[in-house]
Design a protein around this ligand. Structure first.
Ligand SMILES: Nc1ncnc2c1ncn2[C@@H]1O[C@H](COP(=O)(O)OP(=O)(O)OP(=O)(O)O)[C@@H](O)[C@H]1O
Ligand SMILES: O=C(O)C1=C[C@@H](O)[C@@H](O)[C@H](O)C1
Length: 162
C-alpha cells in the first residue's frame, strides 16, 4: 500500500514491451465495487477468496506481464508458479510519507481499509516485512529513489533472473 507499485508498473510499461495489470483492480472490476466496500460488506475472508481465484487464473492464463498485487497477495499458495516476484522495499515511514505527500492522499487513505488504523498498519507491516523478503525472487529498494533508476534496476534484475 503506497510503496509505489502502480507508479512503478506504469513506468515499466513505458520503458519496455510489457503490459501491466493489478490484482486489486481486477477484483474490483469483477465485483463492480471497491476493495473497501468488499471488506465492509462481505468481510476479509471473502476478499481473500477472490484473491485466490485471481491467483489461480493468473497462473493459468497470464505470461510476460507486470502484475502488481494487493499487500496480502504474497500469501497465495501458488505465488511462485505465477512468475518472478519483485519486492519493492521501503521502511514504514517511507511508505507513509509517500502516501501523505500524494496529491490525492485523502482518497488513497480512504480506499485502503487496512491503513485506517496506523498502529495496526505498522503491526501488519512488521509482521509481513520478513515474509516479503522470503517470498521474493528480486528485491529493489525504492525509498528516496528516482523512478527511472528503479525501472532500470528492475529490468536489469529481471533479465539476470530469467
Ligand atoms: N520513486 C518515487 N519517487 C517519488 N514518489 C513516488 C515514487 N513512486 C511513487 N511515488 C508516489 O508515491 C505515491 C504512492 O504511489 P502509488 O500510488 O504508485 O503506490 P501503490 O503502491 O500503487 O499504492 P496502492 O497500493 O495504495 O494503490 C504516489 O503519490 C506516487 O506519485
Ligand atoms: O495489505 C493488504 O492486505 C491489502 C492491501 C490492498 O492493496 C488490498 O488488496 C486490500 O485492502 C488488502
Amino acid at each position: 500500500m503506497g510503496v509505489g507499485k502502480g507508479t512503478v508498473a506504469r513506468a515499466l510499461v513505458k520503458a519496455s514491451d510489457y503490459f501491466a495489470i493489478d490484482t486489486d483492480d481486477l477484483i474490483e472490476s469483477v465485483e463492480n465495487r471497491r476493495v473497501k466496500k468488499i471488506f465492509e460488506e462481505e468481510g476479509e475472508p471473502y476478499f481473500r477468496n477472490l484473491e485466490k481465484k485471481c491467483a489461480l487464473w493468473l497462473e493459468k492464463n497470464v505470461d510476460n506481464t507486470i502484475i502488481s498485487t494487493g499487500g496480502g497477495f504474497f500469501k497465495q499458495e501458488n505465488i511462485h508458479r505465477i512468475g518472478t516476484i519483485i519486492y519493492l522495499e521501503s521502511s514504514f515511514d517511507g511508505i507513509l510519507n509517500r502516501i501523505h505527500s500524494a496529491p490525492n492522499a485523502k482518497a488513497k487513505l480512504k480506499k485502503r481499509p487496512l491503513l485506517s488504523n496506523l498502529e495496526e498498519a505498522k503491526k501488519l507491516y512488521n509482521q509481513r516485512v520478513e515474509d516479503y523478503k522470503k517470498v521474493s525472487d528480486i528485491t529493489v529498494n525504492v525509498e528516496n529513489k528516482d523512478l527511472n533508476l528503479i525501472v532500470e534496476e528492475i529490468l536489469g534484475k529481471v533479465n539476470e533472473n530469467n
